[in-house]
Write a protein of this length. Sequence first.
Length: 133
Amino acid sequence: TLTMKDQKDQKPINNIKKRGFLLTTLLILSFLGTTSSLIKGPQYTNEAYRGFYSYVPFWYSSFIFFSSCIVIIADIAIWLWKKWGVCLAVFNYLITTLILIYMKPVSPIALVLVGTFGLVGLYIIKKKWLLFE
């Protein structure tokens, strides 16, 4: 395994950055899933979410749209190796998780899946952090 000193010495050769299979897969799936939710999103109203959550605030559909736009911006920024894209994604993820907790999902498995996805994403990005600008 690499130590912090070894990682600091890692520089992209000829300014070529290798994204890696996991990070590439994560970004593509995130982008496609979020784009799909933006396309299908307008047909969902707050009533459609009531089967999944104990409480659905009146602004939830608007939040989902806004959050999806942020995810797409963050995905593109991460693809372009921008640290602010990672910060934006983490901030959006934390806000979304807090809102999910507030809404009390019918199944706690939803929170476990969201948490697992977030931790895996951070682990994948941590391995490539020094390549970000």
